[in-house]
Design a protein around this ligand. Structure first.
Ligand SMILES: C[S@@+](CC[C@H](N)C(=O)[O-])C[C@H]1O[C@@H](n2cnc3c(N)ncnc32)[C@H](O)[C@@H]1O
Length: 209
C-alpha cells in the first residue's frame, strides 16, 4: 500500500508510477548507504518524502521547463539534485543534471544511484572552485554555504540568462542584506512547502558591485 505522504507527493507534482518507483529505489539505496557515510541526518530518514523529497521537488517546480543544464552544488546524498534528475527524466527528458560533490564517498553514492536508475546525470567529484565553467541554465544548492558565498560559487557557472535557486532558513533576510553589500541581483522569496519559516530564493542577473 502507498503511504499518504507518497500519494500526496504524487498528486502535488503530478508524477507517474514509474517516477515514484525510481524515488522508492533511491530511498532504499540512501537507507542502505546512510549508516556508513551519513548522507542525511539519521533523524530525517523516516521523513524522506515529507522532508527531503518534497523540499527538492518544490525546487524542480520553480525552474523553467526548458532549462537544459542544471547544476547542483554540494549535492551530498542527492538533495535536491538527484530528485531533480528523477523528475526531469519524466518531465524534461532533454535535461542533464550535473552533481558537484567533493566528498569521494558521497560522489560514489551519487554515481551508483545514477547508474542503477539510468539517469541523465554527470557526477563531478571535485571542488566547485576547481571545475571549468558549466554554462548552466540553473544552479541549485541546499545547505552548502551562506548567500554571499553561494553567489560567488555560482557566478562562474551560470549563463547570463540563468537562475540560481537556493532554499534558505529563517535567517534568510540577514543573508540577503549581507549579499547586497557585494552583489546586485533580482530575487523572489517563495515560502517553502516543507517549513513555513524557510523560503526558496530565486535569483536572476547577479553581478558584483
Ligand atoms: C551539508 S551538506 C548538504 C548536502 C545536500 N545538498 C543536502 O542538502 O542534503 C554539504 C555538502 O557540500 C559538499 N561540499 C562542501 N564544500 C564543497 C565544495 N567547495 N565543492 C564541492 N562540494 C562541497 C560537502 O562534501 C557536503 O556533502
Amino acid at each position: 500500500m502507498t503511504a499518504p505522504e507518497t500519494e500526496e507527493f504524487a498528486e502535488r507534482f503530478d508524477v507517474s508510477r514509474e517516477t515514484l518507483d525510481k524515488l522508492f529505489a533511491y530511498e532504499a539505496l540512501l537507507k542502505k548507504w546512510n549508516p556508513a557515510i551519513n548522507l542525511v541526518a539519521k533523524s530525517t530518514l523516516e521523513d524522506m518524502w515529507s522532508r527531503h523529497f518534497l523540499d527538492s521537488a518544490q525546487i524542480f517546480a520553480m525552474a523553467p521547463e526548458d532549462a537544459r543544464i542544471w547544476a547542483d552544488f554540494g549535492a551530498g546524498g542527492g538533495f535536491p539534485g538527484l530528485v531533480i534528475a528523477i523528475l526531469s527524466a519524466e518531465k524534461a527528458p532533454e535535461r542533464q543534471v550535473i552533481l558537484v560533490e567533493s566528498d569521494l564517498r558521497k560522489s560514489a553514492f551519487l554515481s551508483t544511484v545514477t547508474r542503477e536508475l539510468s539517469l541523465n546525470i554527470r557526477v563531478l567529484a571535485q571542488r566547485i572552485e576547481e571545475i571549468a565553467p558549466l554554462k548552466a541554465d540553473v544552479v541549485s544548492a541546499r545547505a552548502l554555504a551562506n548567500l554571499p558565498k553561494l553567489l560567488e560559487f555560482t557566478a562562474r557557472h551560470l549563463k547570463p540568462s540563468g537562475i540560481a535557486i537556493f532554499p534558505k532558513g529563517a535567517r534568510w533576510q540577514e543573508e540577503l542584506a549581507q549579499a547586497k553589500e557585494s552583489w546586485s541581483f533580482d530575487y523572489e522569496a517563495i515560502e517553502s512547502l516543507s517549513d513555513p519559516n524557510s523560503v526558496v530564493l530565486k535569483i536572476h542577473g547577479a553581478e558584483r558591485v
